[in-house]
Design a protein around this ligand. Structure first.
Ligand code: ATP
Length: 222
């Protein structure tokens, strides 16, 4: 069997250290051969004034540039929104017929699994690797428990022995960072330093994104 690869999907509006640390820790903890970040196409109705797709993509590219184990796969941006994970995984499975695919998500996404589009098919195509996230607890009566009772796997080595079909939860460092909160803070003039990579902060400043005035987030250090 080919070495397992990691996949980390998200809106990345903007990408932040919570995303990056999760992708990085899962990559190394599981010994993945490579991990791809997949920015989603955003449906036009989802948020108010949306940031242009090219900016979200550029920020993800800048964020992963120093790390050879991470790269960007922009395929979802070439399709009309919404981006269904299942469609992306169908395409990746066709390209990598024998490779374990590890789709990395946060706990908030796992709790929503029963509401995803075709979750059963997703588990036929990939494993799910779940990172704990501050503010999201897996309650004993959560609807996703029925999925965990069927598919949960404690032994990470098992993820390398079959191409798909397991859910593995991993104790990665928990960073209480969310894009929604970051956008709100930037609109209030609160600088995002240390929550995003510096090159992403510089990009936001350069392009005046998220209400940050062109040339600086510097006003309030928090
Ligand atoms: P928003 O606040 O706008 O919903 P977000 O910060 O949750 O954004 P997304 O791009 O929607 O970011 O998330 C992509 C993936 O990253 C999801 O699987 C989500 O669970 C995970 N994720 C986001 N932030 C964190 C974090 N701080 N720790 C662990 N996982 C995270």
């Amino acid at each position: 069997m080919s070495p397992a690869i990691g996949l980390f999907g998200g809106t990345f509006d903007p990408i932040h250290n919570g995303h990056l640390r999760s992708a990085f820790e899962v990559h190394h903890a599981l010994g993945l051969s490579h991990t791809y970040l997949l920015p989603n196409a955003i449906p036009p109705h989802k948020t108010g004034p949306a940031i242009a797709t090219e900016h979200r993509l550029a920020m993800v590219e800048l964020a992963v540039a120093p790390y050879p184990e991470l790269s960007v796969d922009p395929r979802e941006l070439a399709r009309p929104a919404p981006s269904y994970t299942v469609d992306t995984l169908e395409a990746l499975r066709a390209e990598h017929p024998d490779t374990p695919l590890c789709f990395i998500i946060g706990m908030d996404s796992l709790l929503n699994l029963p509401r995803w589009h075709l979750p059963q098919r997703i588990l036929e195509l990939a494993h799910l690797v779940v990172c704990h996230r501050p503010g999201y607890r897996l309650a004993s009566d959560a609807p996703v428990q029925s999925w965990l009772s069927r598919y949960r796997c404690e032994d990470p080595a098992q993820l390398h022995r079959q191409p798909a079909g397991l859910i593995h939860c991993l104790e990665a460092t928990q960073l209480d960072i969310a894009s929604t909160a970051l956008r709100a803070q930037m609109r209030q003039g609160i600088a995002p330093h240390f929550l995003l990579p510096p090159q992403v902060v510089a990009y936001i400043e350069r392009h005046g994104l998220y209400g940050v005035s062109h040339g600086g987030t510097g006003a309030k250090p928090v």
